[in-house]
Write a protein that binds this ligand. Structure first.
Ligand code: NAD
Length: 494
């Protein structure tokens, strides 16, 4: 049919897809064992292309190539030279933004305009670090009569970056920016579902960075990912993904005493007090939970709304949810694409069943009646009411467009509900009472809190990361450079 044909045409337009292998030492390369796997376009459930299924031998090669590049050139360049190289790369990425956006849209099942905005957003963060590193300073102690003491910040050498599928380019950019600016060579392992934008971005760095500075290893988590996280030469690991995988990576890293940054999952609350502009807040909540079909670590998957406005708020929210367009990502006007894979689709539909079984009311949503292909992985924006905070749909990360609504009557109750989950990545607060806004921002346990709008839109410079099970460390701020450097104190006798 026409959707299948459009997607086939889009793939055919992207000639670069035919070249993709894994990217090691500035070249395309097959896996040592010759094996490959297919990456799937989740809208039409058809393969986009094959990429190598890398294993431990390929990890060895990639890490060696990174170490050599670090030793030969990159590690001894000054910050200004690194900064210039990184900015030259971002300029090239911008020149290829149309293709990068199409690659990200096809691979990640994202509406094309969203994919384009995400590529821009990712590039901005890389540029931020290219600029910040030029202003980076160490410390100098007051000189005494016989000693001059100062610090140097030095890169680790090779860092391992492991990223998920939901924002393949953005999250890679969030790590590549500071890791490279700090002077490290990198081995990036994209998710098996979405390897293509990282591969393309690496290819576009050819002859800007010395070969080996950026390596992209395609493969499965338990194979390439596990080998990367246990490699003794890797000096630092940065991971974004599921909390359970984070535990495994931290355990593995413990054996080599390798530092880890972990950005994990969430079950973020959006707390709506009664003194708000309902339409504006509804738009922000709907965007916060339904953007990217709910597949966001910081999705506001729990709405805590004051009982006095609950009915009016819900009516407006259901209208808004029903006005969003689920469907073909290459069709203009589509706001929600599919769930990324069959497995994830089944996880989401499992939660839809469990929500209803537990006694919650499905106000709107569920599996889409119509989809671009038979048995598509499409879920409508879904709202559950009559929920309690102990239900699975209120406690566990669903990673789909599913909002669980709970009402409250007092400030204390709202804060207790907000904090009564194992996660603490993000929260939204809506109120026109400035005292209450600041109090709630202080009382809610979460790494990022958006007050009165712009939910889940971080800015370069604003630390991003989780309380509780949502992670360790903060990305996106200038201090994230510190995650990718080690400090050395020099004592000079004078
Ligand atoms: P995942 O943990 O399954 O996979 C993430 C990455 O880890 C992939 O590249 C995967 O191949 C790799 N991996 C899997 N097992 C591994 C292992 N044993 N050793 C090394 N690497 C391994 O997560 P996912 O399903 O791709 O992504 C969804 C999760 O990511 C959600 O929980 C979401 O909340 C989280 N997430 C967090 C943030 C954040 O910034 N906090 C952002 C986006 C996504």
């Amino acid at each position: 049919d026409s959707v299948r044909q459009n997607h086939a045409d889009a793939r055919a337009d992207l000639e670069v897809l035919g070249a993709f292998e894994t990217w090691i030492d500035g070249e395309w390369a097959p896996a040592a064992n010759g094996e490959t796997f297919e990456t799937i376009d989740p809208v039409v459930q058809e393969p986009i292309c094959s990429v190598p299924r890398c294993g431990a031998a390929d990890v060895d090669r990639a890490v060696e190539s990174a170490q050599s590049a670090f030793d030969a050139t990159w590690g001894s360049l000054g910050a200004a030279d690194r900064s210039r190289a990184i900015l030259a790369w971002t300029e090239t990425l911008r020149e290829h933004i149309d293709e990068l956006a199409l690659v990200e849209s096809l691979d990640g099942g994202k509406p094309l305009s969203h994919a384009r905005a995400e590529i821009e957003f990712g590039i901005e963060f890389i540029e931020y670090y290219a600029n910040v590193v030029r202003a980076d300073e160490g410390i100098t102690l007051p000189t005494s009569d016989d000693q001059h003491v100062y610090t140097r910040t030095e890169p680790y050498g090779v860092v391992g970056l492991i990223v998920p599928w939901n924002y393949a380019f953005i999250i890679a950019a969030w790590k590549l920016g500071p890791a490279l600016a700090a002077g490290n060579a990198v081995v990036l392992k994209p998710a098996e579902q979405t390897p293509l934008s990282a591969l393309y971005a690496a290819k576009l760095s050819k002859s800007i960075f010395p070969d080996g500075v950026v390596n992209v290893l395609t493969g499965y988590g338990e194979e390439a990912g596990a080998a990367l996280s246990s490699h003794p030469t890797v000096g630092k690991l940065s991971f974004t993904g599921a909390d359970t995988t984070g535990e495994t990576i931290m355990e593995t890293a413990a054996s080599t005493v390798t530092p880890v940054t972990l950005e994990l999952g969430g079950k973020s609350p959006y707390v709506v007090f009664p003194d708000v502009d309902i339409d504006e807040t509804v738009r922000d909540v709907a965007h916060g939970i339904f953007y990217n079909a709910g597949q966001s670590c910081d999705a506001c998957s729990r709405l805590l709304v004051h009982e006095d406005i609950a009915e009016e708020f819900l009516d407006a929210l259901v209208d808004r949810a029903e006005s969003l367009e689920v469907g073909d990502t290459l069709q203009e006007g589509t706001t929600l694409g599919p769930i990324i894979s069959q497995a994830q689709f089944e996880t989401v539909t499992g939660y839809l069943e469990r929500g209803t079984d537990a006694g919650a009311t499905l106000e709107t949503g569920g599996v889409a009646d119509e989809s671009p292909v038979d048995d598509g992985w499409f879920v409508e924006p879904t709202v559950f009411t009559d929920a309690t905070n102990d239900m699975q749909i209120a406690q566990e990360e669903i990673f789909g467009p599913v909002l669980t609504v709970i009402t409250f009557s007092t400030y204390e109750e709202a804060v207790d509900l907000a904090n009564d989950v194992p996660f603490g990545l993000a929260a939204g607060v809506a109120t026109s009472d400035i005292d209450r806004a600041h109090r709630a921002a202080a009382d809610i346990d979460a790494g990022s809190i958006w007050v009165n709008g712009s939910y889940a839109t971080p800015r370069p410079g604003g630390p991003f990361g989780g309380f509780k099970r949502s992670g360790i460390g903060r990305e996106l701020s200038k201090d994230a450079l510190r995650h990718y450097t080690q400090e050395k104190t020099v004592y000079v006798s004078v």
